[in-house]
Design a protein around this ligand. Structure first.
Ligand SMILES: Nc1nc2c(c(=O)[nH]1)N[C@@H](CN(C=O)c1ccc(C(=O)N[C@@H](CCC(=O)O)C(=O)O)cc1)CN2
Ligand SMILES: NCC(=O)N[C@@H]1O[C@H](COP(=O)([O-])[O-])[C@@H](O)[C@H]1O
Length: 220
């Protein structure tokens, strides 16, 4: 008799905008064997277009407007209350544009990931595509990493690379990178939720089966 499948990890996605990565994650999680279920979407902006997209997908989605709080700590406490109330096990930041307090990040150490539109540690911060072009990069891409207090500095889970082509501008390059984001993020979340990767002493530990250097997570 085959063992019953492990319970799916309960995931919350945090957004600030359109939520295209959130949609990719919701769609991937529809697969019966996907090791995570998206059970909550939270946005720090009431006008985040992703809220409507989440609701249309049948996912509970709410705004917690950061402007309604006196400071970061009280905003983060409101996030924490919603996450605890929903029994969240993993947080996925997907275009969530608020810096989280050290206390919140440390409380979720090893259980919170982010996607950043560059090949970290290159181009931390904003305007990554324009900066990559300015630097004359021939390769660019995106990175999924664990979140630590220092911005864009957490241990890297997975990366995907794209070529920088002649005539590219920030928009054409962004359009090439986002396609890889939509592929990489669901794969990286599945890896973590399925126990294939974990944060261990500040480094990402991959399960034996995931150590194949040709792993599907890296593509040009
Ligand atoms: N403590 C951490 N918080 C967050 C991280 C992180 O690595 N550590 N990742 C970010 C996502 N992010 C880059 O990937 C990022 C988000 C927001 C900002 C920022 O400057 N935010 C401003 C407000 C900007 C706005 O509202 O438009 C702010 O919070 O004052 C930088 C990087 C998520 N949080
Ligand atoms: N520093 C974080 C950051 O810049 N994240 C980036 O915001 C975009 C959100 O798009 P989406 O809302 O369509 O997923 C994505 O490109 C993501 O990499």
């Amino acid at each position: 008799m085959s063992a019953s499948p492990a319970p799916k990890k309960r995931v919350a996605i945090l957004i600030s905008g359109r939520g295209s990565n959130m949609v990719s994650l919701i769609e991937a999680a529809r697969a019966p064997d996907y090791p995570a279920e998206i059970v909550l979407v939270l946005a720090n902006r009431p006008d985040a277009a992703g809220l409507t997209r989440a609701q249309a997908a049948g996912i509970p989605a709410r705004a917690i407007d950061h402007k309604g709080f006196a400071d970061r700590a009280s905003f983060d406490a409101a996030l924490q209350a919603e996450l605890e109330g929903a029994g969240i096990e993993l947080i996925v930041l997907a275009g969530f544009m608020r810096i989280l307090t050290d206390a919140f990040v440390e409380a979720w150490a090893g259980r919170m990931i982010n996607i950043h539109p560059s090949l970290l540690p290159l181009f931390k911060g904003t305007h990554t595509h324009a900066r990559a072009l300015e630097a004359g990069m021939r390769l660019h891409g995106c990175t999924v990493h664990y979140v630590v207090p220092e911005l864009d500095a957490g241990p890297i889970v997975a990366q995907a690379a794209v070529p920088v082509l002649p005539g590219d501008d920030a928009e054409t390059l962004a359009a090439r990178v986002i396609v890889q984001e939509h592929r990489l993020y669901p794969a990286a979340l599945a890896l973590i939720a399925g126990g294939g990767a974990a944060l261990d002493g500040g480094r990402v530990r991959l399960a034996e089966a995931e150590r194949d250097p040709g792993a599907a997570l890296l593509s040009l």
